[in-house]
Design a protein around this ligand. Structure first.
Ligand code: TYC
Length: 102
């Protein structure tokens, strides 16, 4: 009995057809009221950054107005932004956290 041949339809290799998911930077913005120690605490708690690096990032935000906390896929970046903003509001701080495609 003759064996059936596989379909001859050619598919492009997966790697050539699938775009990598876009990544988003999570940003902290400066303000005049949130205590510096609170910002350092946020960077450690939500982004797993060590004290020294967290202090560097906080000071960059303080002097330049904005700084990057981390780069993530969209849903993770959105969750981080929500968690940081909720945490800041619970502590009555006006800290702003946002995201942008990188
Ligand atoms: N500018 C704030 C202060 O002088 C400190 C600060 C740093 C606030 C970073 C927000 O994202 C921020 N207390």
């Amino acid at each position: 009995m003759a064996t059936k041949r596989e379909s001859s339809t050619l598919l492009e290799p997966t790697a050539a057809r699938v775009k990598p998911p876009p990544l988003f930077k999570v940003l902290l913005l400066n303000d005049d009221y949130t205590p510096m120690e609170f910002v350092v605490h946020v960077l450690k708690k939500f982004f797993g950054i060590d004290s020294e690096r967290a202090t560097q990032i906080m000071l960059k935000v303080h002097t330049e107005g904005v700084g990057v906390c981390g780069v993530y896929p969209k849903d993770i970046a959105q969750t981080k932004v929500e968690l940081v903003v909720d945490f800041a509001r619970q502590h009555q701080h006006p800290l702003q956290c946002t995201m942008e495609e990188s």
